[in-house]
Unconditional design. Sequence first.
Length: 147
Amino acid sequence: MHTENQNIKECSMCKKCWKNLDNFLHDDTLIFNGYQPFFKRPDKGSFLFTHDRDDCGTTLLVEVWKFKKLLNREVDFLPFKPGEDPDCDLRCAQETDLTSCPAKNCNGTVVRELIQIVKQYVRKPMTSLSGDEIDRIIDGNKGEKSE
């Protein structure tokens, strides 16, 4: 049973605890890395995040249902089968593919919609950044002093 009153996540390595979704989404030490689907129960699928701190670096799995309120509407997470929709290109089976889904009649598109919303808040992994984005990050860090 899902309860809204529990913590979003506690890091198993450094023990940092995120008490609510807003704190989690605005934590700049998190990198959104992927999605592990659970086709029979999409709400039990997991979003994958790296806790990018010097003293940590663990991967966090957070169940999809915990992000449900970001949709601002009531949704049912119905079972789905990759490949059933004629527009399906099986991207939901690719853990690191966080792009929108072209399928129009698949029950899994609600999860892909959530992914797009989460991506607006949480940092992207370096591997998904364009060369220009990486250059901007590197150039921005040149003025920082190392200890």
